[in-house]
Design a protein around this ligand. Structure first.
Ligand code: FAD
Ligand code: DHB
Length: 407
């Protein structure tokens, strides 16, 4: 195994593990990076604070852009995704007592999205990595990154009670919004761009067959609701709730009655209900850290940026970052070419900012803001109707939703 081969005793008694790329975080970004690097013959070690079971069960995103699917399939981890993923050629916007379909097949021919749970992507990647003999160290603690601005950055951590050190050429900070990588960069280097929203999303996973073939984004006076799905037997729903809402305020009966109130707004639609398998509240925020690099530390995915979930872009951005980083690291290992590494942040940020705008726009289009007055509400409804009726506006939504090709 990679780690065992490279173990050697350091001077002060701590064990030092040598690897080419040290990766912090076994979410989609860290796991996919390790997998793509391995295909290029580049060695890496992934460090994760949670257990394998926890990261494989953590319910999050579900919408994969075509480019994300293509990356996973081309790298050999798409077999189950192609078998079990549900290809969707449109979404429904629901407002004003009517359905309005955004028809991808007409507006953006040949492009679609695939509905496949993020935790399934995570399971597929972990399986591929372990099969290839890669070491993913779960349940590590005390992760610290040192010497990011040197030629030999190091990651200190504790694993099974032992203090260890990873000696790397590069470090990839893939540890999500609450990780430690961003904070390893000296104050003043990064610029932060942030927006907080006055609401959160309550996510629900339930054992029930979908009541609709396609996703429904519903805007109502009571707030926003989203009907999504995972399999023909399991659905995923989201409700706009107050910021920092306590999940204890949402017993299952209240969840279902609110979902019904916000989704059963058109004639002939009934929401099927079933046992709730999991539920939780997630903050809605926009955040970008620029640049996404300091010395030999590269930030990727949620460690560098967060989008409101309305546009379903977070996971897809994480995949794009590590795709770009893989190309850049490969060019460096092939012949010392630093140009792609130098361009990494700017290349990723082009897509990040497009996704930021789209996610902010979709959020404003569909949510109920407490401070909206009658004028604001009329403007919002006018915009919703424009998107539903104008081919140009609908095409703009569709091309952003399925994913633009920017890099
Ligand atoms: P994460 O998935 O957060 O992974 C980071 C990993 O690092 C975690 O495993 C964490 O445990 C680990 N870690 C943290 N700190 C440390 C440390 N100190 N040391 C080691 N490891 C550490 N995106 C979409 O594209 N489409 C969607 O439909 C969508 N829906 C969403 C719905 C919800 C409710 C939420 C919350 C998010 C959604 N997203 C969606 C966003 C998407 O889930 C994230 O963008 C995605 O998880 C980012 O992947 P990541 O690998 O960058 O970060
Ligand atoms: C899902 C999540 C989203 O944020 C979204 O916009 C659409 C679908 C989902 O989890 O299925």
């Amino acid at each position: 195994m990679t780690v065992a081969i490279h173990f050697r005793l350091a001077r002060r008694g701590a064990r030092v593990v040598r690897t080419q790329v040290g990766i912090v975080g076994a979410g989609p970004a860290g796991l996919l990076l390790s997998h793509l690097l391995q295909l290029r013959g580049i060695d890496s070690v992934v460090l994760e604070i949670r257990s394998r079971d926890y990261v494989e069960q953590r319910v999050r995103a579900g919408v994969l852009e075509q480019g994300t699917v293509d990356t996973l399939v081309a790298s050999g981890v798409g077999e189950r995704l192609l078998r079990e993923g549900m290809v969707h050629h449109g979404i429904e916007l629901r407002f004003g007592g009517a359905r309005h379909r955004i028809a991808f097949e007409r507006l953006v021919p040949g492009r679609a999205i695939t509905v496949y749970g993020q935790q399934e992507v995570v399971k597929d990647l972990i399986e591929a990595l372990l099969k290839a003999g890669r070491e993913v160290l779960f349940e590590v603690s005390d992760v610290t990154i040192r010497g990011a601005d040197t030629a030999r950055p190091q990651i200190g951590f504790t694993h099974r009670g032992r203090g260890l050190e990873l000696d790397c050429d590069f470090v990839a900070g893939c540890d999500g919004f609450h990780g430690v990588s961003r904070d390893a960069i000296p104050p003043g280097v990064l610029r932060y761009f942030e927006k907080e929203y006055p609401f959160a999303w309550l996510g629900v996973l339930a054992r029930v067959a979908p009541s609709s073939q396609e996703l429904i984004y519903s805007s109502t006076d009571r707030g926003f609701a989203l009907h999504s799905m995972r399999t023909p037997q399991v659905c995923r729903f989201y409700l706009q709730v107050r910021a920092r809402e306590d999940i204890a305020n949402w017993p299952d009966e209240r969840v279902w009655s609110e979902l019904k109130a916000r989704l059963e707004t058109v004639p002939g639609f009934t929401l099927a209900t079933g046992p709730v398998l999991e539920k939780g509240v997630a903050a809605v925020r926009s955040f970008v850290a620029e640049p996404m690099q300091y010395g030999r530390l590269y930030l990727a995915g949620d460690a560098a940026h967060i989008v409101p979930p309305t546009g379903a872009k977070g996971l897809n951005l994480a995949v794009n970052d590590v795709r770009v980083l893989t190309e850049a690291l490969s060019a460096w290992y092939r012949g010392g070419d630093t140009s792609l590494l130098e361009a990494y942040s700017a290349t990723c940020l082009r897509r990040v900012w497009r996704a930021q705008h789209f996610s902010w726009w979709m959020t404003a289009l569909m949510h109920r803001f407490d401070d909206y007055d009658e004028f604001d509400l009329r403007l919002q409804r006018s915009y919703q109707e424009y998107v539903a009726r104008s081919e140009a506006a609908a095409t703009s939504l569709a091309e952003n939703y399925v994913g633009l090709s920017l890099s």
